[in-house]
Write a protein that binds this ligand. Structure first.
Ligand code: AMP
Length: 290
């Protein structure tokens, strides 16, 4: 595995791979890698060669009171695990490399970026789309891999790729979970003592919705009541939102009809976690994937 620190070097490698007619796969991450990230790497390796993993803790997607400073940075361990996994290139630019002095451009997907996560984290998606556009431009992937864990982010990036005629296909991969259901996240390392057990409430609330849908419930207001009830039963947890939205528009829906997401964001002590379930019409029923 070759580690690349600069934009011109990454662009040169990508240009050569393109000339050789190779299919570049990009997995953008902020590091502190876990099995969720590695599942994206494996998905990329099935379809692409070379595979590029980027590690960049993007300052522009953190709000002023968020965890940019304390975000876990474990570059040497990340490099070792990527090397063992057979990744071809690790792209680790510095903040100055991505945002040199005088940088003043931003990319915003209007509408989709204003709801849910975007409403609670103003400027977050603007930071995400700006850096992802740059990474796509630099690494020139035919396919770029994202996790459904960040469902709104994946939807926004797909919209950006469509709107700006980017040559990269956006592939969205399933959520990898701990045995007790907690979705893997670099931020899980913040959870202290009893908070770790309390954090499973996100999964448990989504699982309650899954069971109600399996029992025939279709009324979203009823589903939301149980979703929120499970969360509020856990005193250590503060709910930011629990919503069921259309998977395309991320607007709230009243009745299950098309593909939608049950989305949840909650805070446990100082740790903010998100999770979701995908709800899809299948035959005469609905299938819920956690
Ligand atoms: P991050 O490093 O948190 O920015 O995440 C990098 C990519 O990994 C994003 O596309 C995330 O959606 C994805 N990801 C994070 N956690 C998981 C997970 N538990 N399962 C699948 N993908 C994940």
């Amino acid at each position: 595995m070759e580690t690349i620190h600069t934009v011109p070097w990454m662009k040169q490698v990508a240009a050569q791979a393109r000339r050789d007619d190779r299919v570049i796969g990009l997995v953008p991450t902020m590091g502190a890698l876990h099995q969720g990230h590695l599942s994206l790497v494996r998905a990329a390796q099935k379809q692409c060669s070379p595979v590029v993993v980027s590690i960049f803790v993007n300052p522009k997607q953190f709000g002023p009171s968020e965890d940019f400073q304390k975000y876990p940075r474990t570059l040497e361990a990340d490099r070792a695990v990527l090397q063992t996994s057979g990744v071809d290139y690790l792209f680790v630019p510095s903040p100055q490399e991505i945002y040199p002095a005088g940088f003043q451009t931003a990319v915003v997907v209007e509408g989709l970026s204003q709801r849910l996560e975007g409403r609670l984290r103003p400027g977050h998606f603007r930071g995400v789309t700006t850096v992802v556009l740059k990474l796509l431009e630099i690494a020139q992937p035919r396919l770029a891999f994202f996790g459904r864990k960040d469902a709104q982010q994946a939807r926004i990036i797909r919209q950006m790729a469509l709107d700006l005629n980017l040559g990269s296909e956006i592939v969205v991969c399933p959520i990898v979970r701990e045995p007790d259901g907690l979705a893997l996240s670099s931020r899980n390392s913040y959870l202290q003592g009893a908070e770790r057990q309390a954090a499973t409430v996100l999964y448990r609330s989504l699982d309650a919705v899954r069971r109600e849908i399996a029992a025939g419930e279709r009324n979203v207001a009823h589903l939301l009541i149980s979703l929120r009830q499970v969360v509020t039963s856990e005193p250590a947890v503060t709910l930011d939102y629990a919503e069921i939205v259309d998977a395309d528009t991320f607007e709230p829906i009243l009745q299950l009809r098309k593909i939608c997401y049950a989305l949840i964001a909650a805070r446990i002590g100082g740790t903010r976690l998100i999770d979701n379930a995908l709800i899809e019409p299948v035959a005469e029923s609905f299938e819920v994937t956690l």
